[in-house]
Structure formats: structure tokens, C-alpha cells
Write a protein that binds this ligand. Structure first.
Ligand code: AMP
Ligand code: MN
Ligand code: MN
Ligand code: MN
Length: 288
């Protein structure tokens, strides 16, 4: 038996579409053994997910997770925090800072949209957000619902993407701070989707080298739709910079091209970030 593991997923507490209970159900349907829920800058989904799992007969190990947004040389770099104490008071206080940054940025984006003639987007977006974190995905959905753009992607290419008409560069924490927050809550830190930052390999190497020297633990090395050549590059870089491997689908909602736990196998040369997690001891004996 091999273990099926997915360490990157979202719920409707950030920009995912499923509730925590629906995500847990889907994880069972996809025969996952281990699932980390990594919403943008919040751990709100975890309690509900654990409650849902408690009603299930089939085992599923739910790992605490988060995807912290950071700023590095003009890039928004996402740092996954995994396997930490989600009840850590200090961490929860610190996360309120990121929530404020998210709300402030969303307001500024909506001011820019109003200047383009698209009024009152903020309130509509907040209705979609509910109890969770506001993201550009919520704003994109409002623009799509109103017919201001013809596709979700179009909202980014026209307004919300980097340097587009309603782009706002936010005051995110830096990478060192993200690593510190995660470590002080007892977890490990990994760079999310290193291949998707639209930077030259030279810059990516600089990012990985700096992340490692700041105490970073791992990096994602694969994604369900990743080309083999990209995967080879990330494998090589993880070995070169001595970063442990993380696998995750970055699941936001069920679709033709995204699913939990699919095509996430990695090279045997890599060290899995989860190899010494006590909760996975029985799995790891067979997996490694
Ligand atoms: P935020 O963290 O608020 O900047 O929102 C980022 C989220 O928006 C990402 O996690 C993606 O889910 C989504 N997103 C960002 N850029 C794009 C894009 N070009 N097309 C579609 N979705 C995007
Ligand atoms: Mn997202
Ligand atoms: Mn991300
Ligand atoms: Mn993500």
C-alpha cells in the first residue's frame, strides 16, 4: 500500500469553493490518506474539517496548514506552513495582521476599479467572502458576475494581475517573518509553487538560496499539471539547495484540470518533508 498525500488545498475560508466538510468528503472520494488544508493566511477551516472527519469511518490524517502571502523583491511569494499548532495564540494574533493587509488591499483595489467606472465592488466581494479571507479571486468573481469581464482569468489580465489597471502592491510580511511565524508555532515552512512566479531561473535560485539560509525547510516539487521538464528542474533545485520535498495539488474546486491527490509522485532522490512526522509514522514505514 502506498500512501496518498496532498499537502496543498483550499476551502471557502479563502478562495476555494468547498466547505471544509465538503473538502474532507472529496479527500475520501479520492482515496487520500493525508490532507493538509492550506488556506490563504488563515487556519479557520481546520476545526470544521476535523469535526467532519470525526464522523467518518475511513481514516484521513488532516494536517494543519496555511499559505502565507509574502513580499520579496516585488514578487508575491507564497509560503506554506505545515504541521504546526493551529491553536497557537501568538500565531493567531499575528494572522490578524495579514487579514488587515488583505482587507486594506481589497479596498484599494476597489478604489482603482471605481476609477475605471466599476463601482461598489468591495461590498459585493465581502458577501462572497463570508467569514473567510478576501482574495483577488473574490473580486474577479464579482467582475465576472457583473459582466465586466468575459472570463475569470480575464479579470486578472485586464485589472487584477501584476501592474494591470487595478493592481495594488500590498504590505505583506517578508519571507523571514513568515518562516519565523511558522517555526514559532512548531511547524515547517516550504515555498509554494516555485515554478509559477514568472521569474527567470537565476532569480528562482536566489529565492531558494535565501529561503534556505533564512531557515526554510522545503519546497513544492510537483503539481498535477506540471511538465516533466519543469518537474526535473524543481527536483534538481530541491537537491541543490537542500530543501525537502512537498507535494500538493493546490486544489481550489473540482474541475477537469484540478483534483486532490492526482499525479503527485516524486523522485526517490528527494527527502519528503513529512518523513519524520509522528502522526504518519505507520504510513512512512511503508512509503519510504
Ligand atoms: P491573492 O492572494 O488575494 O493575491 O489572490 C491570489 C489568488 O488568486 C491565487 O491563489 C489564485 O487562486 C488566484 N489567481 C491569482 N492570479 C490568477 C490568475 N492570473 N488567474 C486566475 N487566478 C489567479
Ligand atoms: Mn488561491
Ligand atoms: Mn499560492
Ligand atoms: Mn494555494
Amino acid at each position: 500500500m502506498t500512501m496518498k498525500i496532498d499537502l496543498h488545498s483550499h476551502t471557502y475560508y479563502s478562495d476555494g469553493h468547498l466547505s471544509p466538510a465538503e473538502l474532507v468528503l472529496r479527500a475520501h472520494q479520492m482515496q487520500l490518506d493525508v490532507l493538509a488544508i492550506t488556506d490563504h493566511d488563515t487556519t479557520q477551516a481546520l476545526a470544521e474539517a476535523r469535526h467532519a472527519q470525526a464522523q467518518e469511518k475511513r481514516h484521513l490524517e488532516i494536517i494543519s496548514g496555511i499559505e502565507l502571502t509574502t513580499r520579496w523583491h516585488g514578487f508575491d511569494i507564497h509560503i506554506l506552513g505545515l504541521h504546526f499548532d493551529e491553536h497557537d495564540e501568538q500565531l493567531q494574533q499575528r494572522l490578524l495582521e495579514q487579514t488587515r493587509t488583505r482587507v486594506d488591499r481589497a479596498r484599494q483595489i476597489c478604489v482603482k476599479l471605481a476609477k475605471c467606472g466599476i463601482e461598489n465592488v468591495f461590498d459585493d466581494a465581502m458577501v462572497k467572502v463570508g467569514q473567510g479571507q478576501i482574495t483577488r479571486a473574490h473580486i474577479a468573481q464579482v467582475l465576472l458576475d457583473r459582466g465586466e469581464v468575459s472570463s475569470f482569468q480575464g479579470a486578472f489580465t485586464k485589472y487584477l494581475g501584476k501592474d494591470k489597471r487595478a493592481f495594488v502592491s500590498a504590505q505583506w510580511i517578508d519571507i523571514a517573518t513568515a518562516i519565523q511565524w511558522i517555526h514559532e508555532a512548531g511547524g515547517v515552512a516550504a515555498i509554494a509553487h516555485p515554478a509559477s512566479y514568472d521569474m527567470k531561473t537565476k532569480w528562482l535560485k536566489r529565492l531558494l538560496s535565501e529561503f534556505k539560509s533564512l531557515g526554510g525547510d522545503g519546497m513544492e516539487v510537483t503539481h498535477p499539471n506540471m511538465q516533466p521538464s519543469k518537474k526535473e528542474l524543481l527536483t534538481k533545485l530541491a537537491l541543490e539547495y537542500d530543501l525537502k520535498a512537498v507535494v500538493g495539488s493546490d486544489f481550489h474546486f473540482p474541475s477537469r484540470w484540478s483534483e486532490l491527490g492526482k499525479r503527485l509522485d516524486i523522485s526517490a532522490k528527494l527527502t519528503p518533508l513529512w518523513q519524520d512526522w509522528p502522526c504518519l509514522a505507520s504510513f512512512n514505514k511503508e512509503y519510504l
